[in-house]
Design a protein around this ligand. Sequence first.
Ligand SMILES: [Zn+2]
Length: 426
Amino acid sequence: MREEACMADDPAKECGMAEHIAGLTNGSEQTAAGRQKETAEPGRSADRTDMERYSRQIRFAPIGPEGQRRLLEASVLIVGAGALGASLAQHMARAGVGRIRIVDRDFVEPSNLQRQTLFDEEDARLALPKAAAAAAKLRRINSGIAIEEHVADVTSANAAALAEGVQLVLDGTDNAATRLLMSDVCFALGIPFLYGGAVGASGMSAALVPGETACLRCLIGGDQEAADAGTCETEGVISPIVELVAALQAAEALKWLTGRRESLRRTWISASLWPSEWREWRLPGPSRDCAVCGRAKPPAESGLPMERAEAGLKRLAVREEASAAPSPRPTAGPIRAAVLCGRDTVQLTLDHPLPLERIEERLRADGCIITRNPWLIRAETGDGRRFVVFRGEGRVLVQGVSDAEEAVRGLTELLHQPNEEGVTVR
Ligand SMILES: [Zn+2]
């Protein structure tokens, strides 16, 4: 049996990884699903050190000292810490956005390093969750701001809570389902949604503002399957287009957060770098017939009155209920399955956390190659499949399988063990 990481009672002290992970856990509790960790004081005003640190963007007239003060007091949610999300997060951290919340469900792999600029080979070797690895890098880039990381899947159950209290949501996701969900939530809460997407050498971006523009559902349609056609899984992606799209989103974020709302680009940009092509259309206004943008109220200057947020979320809940249809995705009992963009990975979600230690024991006994860190275990089986089981969540990524059904079958085999109490799939 080979091991990527040796066994120890405290996973953070395992060989070779202690130093790398020390920067991530920073002496505080481990970060798992939904739990968060912060540094610095949020929402502080600019002092003399800040004036020096941010001097080049303060000298840029449209921002100035007042814009910088607003940035330091601002808070954003970045959904996804992959290629787009990591680039967006870096722009926001370097600009001095006071509070950055970042959420991602995935872990770092060697194939990410070609374009996901916050990660390195050590992150991939240790199979670190992207949200945790990104947060550690962001803290090294800027220790004067607050970073919250969430190692979690974004679902209708947690999306509104993740967006609570932020002034802006930046789209760094890789799939239409999450984008449409976040657009719905943003329009219900009155928060601008900075959409961005890249595939191949092409990308798109638009700043969607409740009460002023159409929502994402009106712009790309509600058909997730069609919207996901031509994902990075089939067409690949080159890093320059990711940076271009992230730059388009980050520029609009700076305008909004510094209070320069009149400067916002009111267009949908569709660009290709190879072959070179640039197209731009004026964004349509809210559609009267749309339940998402038709009744959305514009974002408030400062914060969102609670009653308005609640009314918006109530409308969203009614809409979800009305559109609830049998899931086209294969399921087995309480296991939900979703095929992830970009590689042969299926995400399985159970309604209860999994006993990691017992699963690890079983996988070791089977001769699997195990990688363990404070957030997850990754096991490589003899037949080339990989299981990644997240601590504190009922979530497993299965790689090396051809479809969701095979993934469910693999997990069911893994969990249905005789004399393994509590490790069963109901
Ligand atoms: Zn709409």
